[in-house]
Each structure stands twice: as structure tokens, then as C-alpha cells.
Design a protein around this ligand. Sequence first.
Ligand SMILES: *Cc1c(COP(=O)(O)O)cnc(C)c1O
Length: 463
Amino acid sequence: MASLHNASTEQLQELDALHHLHPFTDTAALNKKGVRVIKRAEGVYLWDSEDRKFLDGMAGLWCVNVGYGRKEIMDAAYQQMQQLPYYNSFFQTSHPPAIELAAKISEVTPAGFNRVFFCGSGSEANDTVVRMVRHYWAALGKPDKKVVISRENAYHGSTMAGASLGGMKPMHAQGGLPIPDIEHIKQPHWFVNGYDQTPEVFGKNAALALEKRIEELGADNVAAFIGEPVQGAGGVIVPPSTYWPEIQRICKQHDILLVADEVICGFGRTARWFGSDTFNIEADLMAIAKGLSSGYLPIGGVVVSDHVAEGLEQGGEFNHGYTYSGHPACAAAALANIELMQRERIVENAAEKIAPYFQQKLFEMADHPLVGQVRGVGMLGAIQLSPEKPSNKQFSKGGVVSMVCREHCMENGLVMRAVDDAMILSPPLIITESQIDELFAIAKNSIDQTYQDLQDGKIDFSS
Ligand SMILES: *Cc1c(COP(=O)(O)O)cnc(C)c1O
């Protein structure tokens, strides 16, 4: 146990400010305010260094699908570390946890997926995707098929290729991104981009933008299209029902690989094992991470369909891999996590019981005067705040009102994330009905307080 375990909050904040650079953070602003220190967790709850309790409405970062404190996963990792803490899978070697996990992943993924390439994270998975789809086409004698098409406001990770695939403008603005041969089309965000059309018409039009781009580039130059079944970090954007079938048709017709980024949607998040199951997507490759190990240890992978695997085999050596590809302890933790999900029927229970209840309570928020739209699927939800209803109006400056709401949530004991003007939910799949009641009671109270702040002119849009 770290020696600072009994240190005061102030001591911890001071040391953190001195030495720790945080991801996606304005360091100067954070250090002025002081970081919140999370010390322990159990089930769906977190406790900070002041012993304040929070219901974790985000399952960490969309990943702690089986909840905190699951001894089965810890024991599996500990036992594996005693047996073999590390060995690699380069140079014609393997080890039991990686072998068993690879087989287990084929068992739960959709039909036609029987092989996995391991890596350490979702970002690494998507970097692998870019190199793998280009290598695949080169192996088939089509080295010009290189462009990967993605969407604006998509999130595919933070490495050079991951952030390039992603469509987040503030990320592209730093570090000279995107890298070459990555293209972006509009996102299927009905509320923001298609409010003047029916969702069905808009969904199809958003998909047709892919066909148009492929025709502009020439299908001979396009390797793949990548998309999250539901955009997560972009704001839980659930595409209209017409979107994925049309994307599927376009990819098939133009001989473009379809990559499903299942890093959030995979392992039960949409109340099926994969987002591809929920949306009937027949992908050629899938990126996985997060729920694969419920975040207990870092691990990711690219799951490859049989026909892509056959193509890759014609390409000789794939000059790509990570020291920690299939790391034994991480693989053991992921295996224990999936076995736990199967034993407790966590995905099935979500589908039958807890996700319908979560969605019902989520959609009850739609009546609130500050709520412009509610959207969700499975155990994902977004509550879009809006200054005027019914309309798709947005506040003069995005992300201000939602940050006030987020602060109220924290004060009231709920972790809910703010993305632009949307409040985002992705709780552990093992949350109970009474905990869902608690979650939405706090959410409603916090949105009420935010609404009152707005009416009182307390929200400052100028800073
Ligand atoms: C989180 C995320 C990633 C990146 O995963 P990391 O493990 O943070 O590298 C990629 N794709 C999606 C859809 C994600 O949500």
C-alpha cells in the first residue's frame, strides 16, 4: 500500500500539483483548484479522500462494467503474477492466459470472428487497425487502398493514429494531426445536424455522405470505414435506425472494410455483448478495450473476422506488436471478467431488466424545462441541456451550463460527465433498480439547481 495512504487531502493535492501531469487537463487551472483524490470503491460507489461518497454514473471511464471490488478478477491477476508475471508473445511463444482469453473472446463475439490481436488499450487497438487494414489490402495486391474514413466528433483514442481517426477538432489542433490518409465525414447526430429532417431520413443521408466521399476518393484508394456503434465521448450519439444498414451496404458495395470501434459498446454496454449485435453491424474488424477487463488492468485488442485473417495470412510477417500484447496478468484479469459476466448473466440481465429500467428513468428526464433531448441505448444515456424547448437551440457558449450541472452532481454525490451541453451516463452494468432511482433523483435535483442558477443569472458565459 502506498505510504501516502493516510496523508491529508492537502498533502496529496500538493504533491499531485508538483509532479503529476493529467490527461485532457489544463494543468494550471487544475492546480489552482486542487485535484479530487479518489481512494476506494465498491460496487457502483466511489469514496474520495474526504470520505465523501459518489455514485459512479460513468463506470470510471465507461469501463468498470462489472462494478468495483470483484475479488474473482483480482485473484486471477494475483495468481497469474505468481505463476508468470510477464512473458511476450513475439518470437513464436505464447502463454495460457493469452491463449484462453483469445478463445473466450471468439466465444462471445459475433459469428465469423475467431481471431484477436492483443494490445494494451483502445488507442493501441485503433493504431493497430490502421496498420492492419492497409497491410491487408497490400497483401491482396491493392497497396493503394490506404485511406481510412471516420466521422467528425468521433473518438478513437489519443495516440497519433487514434487521435487522427477521431474527429475531435481540439485534438487535431495540437501536434499536427491528422496524419495523412485519414478522412472525416459528418456525424449522425440528429439533434445537432439533422433537426429539420426526420431521424430516419437524416440517418440515411448521414450514411450517404460516406458513399459520396468514397466516390470522390475512388474506392481503389479507400481501405476502411471506422465508427463507434454509438459515439461515446462525442456525447452518446445514438444513430437513427437507418444509419448502420446504409453504411453496411455502402462498405459492401464498394469493397471497403468496416471497422466497429467497440471500445465502449463492447462487453455489454448496449445490453448485448457488442454494439454490433445491437445495431446488426457485420463488421470486418472490431477494436476492443475498456469493458474487456472492466478496467481492472489495461488490455485491448483487434478482433479480426475470418476472411480478413485469411487475407492477412497472405501478407507474410505483420511488422507490428507491443511488449505488452496479451500481457499474462491483464489477460488473466480479462478472462476472469468475461467468465464473471457469463456466470452472473450480466449482459442478459441488463437486456431483460436493468437496461429497460435505466432507459425508462432516463427518458422521464425529457420533460424537464432545461432538457432539449434525451437519447440512449442499453446502459448508455445522454441528457442534452438546451435553452429553449421544443427546439434544438444550444447555449451561446457550449459546455458552460453542463459544467455547472456537473459540479452540482458532484456536490450531490453523483459522477455524471459533461460533453458540450449534454450530461452523460454510463453506469456499471450491475447497478440495481434502487441505485438507478438514486442516480436519477440526484441527476434531477442537480439539473433543477442548474436551471435555477440560469434563471438567477448566476451562470457566467463570458469566461
Ligand atoms: C476510450 C476509447 C478509445 C481509446 O481507448 P484508450 O484505452 O483510452 O486508449 C478508443 N475508442 C473509443 C470508442 C473509446 O471510447
